[in-house]
Design a protein around this ligand. Structure first.
Ligand SMILES: [Zn+2]
Ligand SMILES: [Zn+2]
Length: 640
């Protein structure tokens, strides 16, 4: 009989017959009361359901139900319970897929009747009933054919289709009560192990995330190990809803995405465009200061060039193509190519290096309709993209320079952040071992010399080189990927980029691709939510709003307005003959940093009394002093 070796935490190794159930290994070695808190095992790093027979040995780790992986298993089981409840209440609903996701789970249904949040109480009540019955969740391995027959008989044609896409001979089914699902697991042992859950929202979702397929209905929910943890999460969710950039984008009139123009294509309204241009100005200043040169490339480039760069081979699915006079062109999904053509336009000497080309480059990528999300996931966006070409010896200094840049920029927006280094993948990479070693060391050394902690993602690098990713944390502690710094050995090779070294010979430069904010669209989306729409003065599309109390103040208001405008302050006026209370309320909703209410007193003393959006009322001051105050607040980055 085949044996497997299980290594326990204390170093002891025990031999079991192959096919021993995970739960039997567990019960042999753990006290019963501890066993209750364990929802799965990890053997050799692979999650295993307690009911699964073990095919392979390895180091054993118990997955506690309150660990991150345990919570994920519980959420997945809750998704199944929700599907069971939905089918119980709406027998015509067909099940498709229902995974655990970050912060919760969802299940997609095909159902004639559209679900709304009004259905949630009934579904939740049914779920509570299923949970209180404490139904055992059983796992069964069957042949594909058997599974297909089972779902065919139950009228679940989406499941039949999914089984058709699986290549294994055997599949696993999970069952609780009358509900059966095709699923890899692992799952809880019984429905009673679910402690606290809540359904959160409903949305349309295409089958397989493709707009050509049928629109399904996705119900989102979440589950936590305790009622308290759930309550905390729901409160954060409520705050996130209040800050949702799509909602605020509409209320503050910043941007729109219209079905007429196409999904994922952002239309900036005057205020949004102002913000975008302010950010771009900031970026240009900061780049010029750090020795970058501004460049601009075309929007479309010949397909042959994309073939040479490897994009056609590796990235074609995400690209759009067009034709001009019988010649095929690719719309750029990245900005690298023109930058390399600029480099190649001359013979370069080691004395010219490093060269740092910066472009606010607009790119287009095909993202699936189902994955588009406001400004955070779009099809057309502008990156603050730069490519640095340098000698291998300069790499360390260049990386440090970029890290420094990231630190400065994150400080401007008050974002804490974390760094990750991704190293060489096991296979499918280009470049020599030596190249990888050198570049990875350069990345690590730069972070260490800057005394920055980082995490290593082994084998997660790009095929062309290792990278550093920067994840910022917003006001709600959510993580967003922004800056990335990638070393590349492929492009200089493919485009035969060279420089003449000190020895008079040709050498290959190293190429670094990097963004600081990433995509402007996405960054603006994150900013809207981070600031809840109340932008700092330097970034606010409107900085000052003038309000008159009654008509006699209009001439004075016009005077103040002109002075502010001439000083370059972004100011609007509200001189309507409306109640002051209403004008103030409307102004509050626009979250403008300063409101100037001009009444008879202000006119008489030729002063203004600014009130900040925070509610703070400043002492009365002259228009000139106020202009100074605003200008001081607008000094960001190196201007301070
Ligand atoms: Zn499942
Ligand atoms: Zn690039």
């Amino acid at each position: 009989m085949d044996k497997i070796e299980i290594k326990f935490k204390d170093g002891m190794v025990r031999v079991f017959p192959k096919g021993t159930l995970a739960k039997d290994i567990l019960s042999a070695f753990l006290k019963a009361e501890q066993g209750d808190e364990i929802v799965a095992l990890k053997i050799g790093g692979v999650l295993v359901d307690l009911q699964a027979p073990l095919g392979q040995g390895g180091e054993l780790e118990a997955v506690n139900w309150s660990s991150a992986e345990g919570i994920e298993i519980m959420r997945h089981s809750t998704a199944h319970v929700m599907a069971q409840a939905v089918q119980n209440l709406f027998p015509n609903a067909k099940i498709t897929i229902g995974p655990a996701i970050k912060d919760g789970f969802y299940y997609d249904f095909d159902c004639e009747r559209g679900f709304t949040p009004e259905d949630f109480p009934a579904i939740e009540a049914k779920m509570t009933e299923i949970i209180s019955q404490n139904l055992p969740i059983t796992r069964k391995e069957v042949s594909r054919k058997e599974a297909q027959q089972l779902f065919q008989d139950r009228g679940e044609h989406y499941k039949v289709e999914l089984i058709g896409e699986i290549s294994d001979g055997q599949v696993t089914l999970y069952q609780q009560g009358e509900f059966v699902d095709l699923c890899r697991g692992p799952h809880l042992r019984s429905t009673g192990q679910i402690k606290a859950f809540k359904l959160t929202s409903v949305a349309g979702a295409y089958w397989h995330g493709d707009a050509r397929n049928k629109m399904l209905q996705r119900i989102y929910g979440t589950a936590f190990p305790s009622a308290e943890a759930l309550a905390n999460y729901l409160q954060r969710l409520e705050e996130a809803r209040r800050r949702d950039h799509r909602k605020l984008g509409r209320e503050l009139d910043l941007f729109s995405i219209s079905d007429e123009a196409g999904g994922g294509l952002v239309i900036y309204h005057p205020k949004g465009a102002t913000m975008r241009l302010l950010l771009e100005d900031f970026e240009k200043r900061e780049h010029l200061k750090r020795g970058y040169q501004l460049v601009i490339g075309p929007q479309i480039l010949k397909t042959d060039l994309w073939k040479r760069s490897g994009h056609y081979e590796n990235y074609r699915e995400k690209m759009y193509f067009t034709e001009v006079e019988g010649q095929s062109y690719g719309i750029k999904p990245m900005n690298c190519l023109s930058h390399m053509l600029i480099y190649k336009s001359k013979i370069r000497s080691y004395r010219d290096l490093p060269l740092r080309y910066f472009e606010l480059g607009t790119v287009h990528r095909h993202e699936k309709s189902g994955e588009l999300h406001g400004l955070l996931r779009v099809r057309g966006f502008t990156q603050d993209d730069a490519h640095i070409l340098c000698t291998p010896a300069q790499l360390n200094g260049e990386i440090k320079g970029i890290i420094n840049f990231v630190q400065d920029v994150m400080a401007v927006f008050d974002f804490p952040y974390e760094l990750e280094i991704s190293t060489r993948p096991e296979q499918g990479t280009i470049g020599t071992e030596e190249d990888w070693e050198r570049a990875t060391l350069a990345l690590k050394a730069a972070l260490e010399e800057s005394s920055l902690p980082y995490q290593v993602n082994k084998g997660e690098g790009a095929f062309y080189g290792p990278k550093i990713d920067v994840k910022l944390k917003d006001a709600l502690e959510r993580e967003w990927q922004c800056a990335t710094i990638q070393c590349d050995f492929a492009m200089p090779e493919r485009f035969d980029l060279t420089y003449i070294g000190q020895d008079g010979e040709k050498h290959r430069p190293v190429m670094v691709h990097r963004v600081i904010l990433g995509a402007m669209e996405r960054f603006i989306g994150v900013l809207i939510e981070h600031y809840a729409g109340a932008f700092p003065t330097w970034l606010a599309p409107t900085q000052v709003l003038l309000l008159t109390v009654t008509d006699p103040q209009i001439p004075y208001a016009e005077q103040v307005y002109q002075k502010l405008l001439t000083a370059g302050i972004r100011v609007l006026k509200d001189i309507r003959n409306e109640k002051l209370g209403l004008k103030i309320r409307e102004a509050e909703l626009q979250k403008v940093p300063y409101m100037l209410v001009l009444g008879p007193k202000e006119v008489q003393h030729n002063l203004i009394s600014p009130r900040a959006h925070s509610g703070k009322i400043l002492k009365a001051m002259s228009v000139e002093d106020f202009i100074h105050l605003i200008k001081d607040e607008c000094k960001v980055g190196g201007e301070k």
